[in-house]
Ligand binder design. Sequence first.
Ligand code: GLV
Ligand code: GLV
Length: 339
Amino acid sequence: MGDGAGTGAGAGRPRVFVARVIPEDGLAPVLAACDARVWEDELPPPRADLLRAIEGCDGVLTLLTDRVDDEFLDRAGPQLKVVSNYAVGFDNIDVPACTRRGIPVGNTPGVLTETTADLAWALIMAAARRLPEGDRYVRASRWKTWGPMLLLGPDVYDATLGIVGFGRIGQAVARRAMGFGMTILYHDVSQLPVEVEAAYGATFVPLEELLARSDFVSLHVNLTPETRQLMNAERLGWMKPSAVLVNTSRGPVVDPRALYDALSRGGLFAAALDVTDPEPIPLDDPLLTLDNCLVVPHIASASRATRGKMGAMAAANLLAGLRGERLPTPVNPEVYEGR
Ligand code: GLV
Ligand code: GLV
């Protein structure tokens, strides 16, 4: 395993495992303060290596590809003080299991909101205006002349956008939609305060109505038991045949077989996915045979600046946890109750 450059010596310094090379803004403070072992491969540590690597650690910096559960926590040992996840999502972590053991879990909220909304926007535009298809068309020497009927798609300007999950990222997408003169509908577990709705001119509607009315549907929910397969065959069936579905949340929120059926039968105009189920999407997945399905490899937060900020936040959470201080951004603040 890649433990060469990333191994800092030093008795008395906390032992940590960093599950991948992250940007310098995150790695440098960790290496400066800890006896850190860094997994340097492109691929995540296989389960057995991960479990071996975290044995006896005081803190771990994990990614959304690393499952943190009771087995993980048992192997790490009772001295484990903190789990810092380099992501805003934390569905890879059994948070209640951490809380039961008094272990705070950190994530990286806020810093990736605008960057993720940018990618959702890029996917909306790219799917509507068929950019990947157009690029393939040119490279395949098929561009012969200006074509009145060539690669037509829907307008984004003035269309209706349905945002499912109206949290930080959903609202950032709404802000972009305002500049495109869109009608903005949203659905969430509950209606937001009128000030929030007014700020975006957004209207709360039941999911069924949102899906039936929207020209573009963008998903921004956390993955939970309630949102798993939220977009199943029935709900995809409520969407307009001319509509575009964009997913930058988590792959399992959409049933991929039902999506394939809808896209291939003309039930939907197009889909654009930053996340798939499973990840990576297998090359023989039928979705990849479709011209109207755009797939990119889970890159919504992938701007240089944002990945650096995520690194700094993940390091700050890790180091605070090691010092026994409250994490700047804990996902289970209940762990501090009664302390
Ligand atoms: C990425 O998907 C994240 O949760 O940060
Ligand atoms: C298109 O390029 C146009 O001039 O209509």
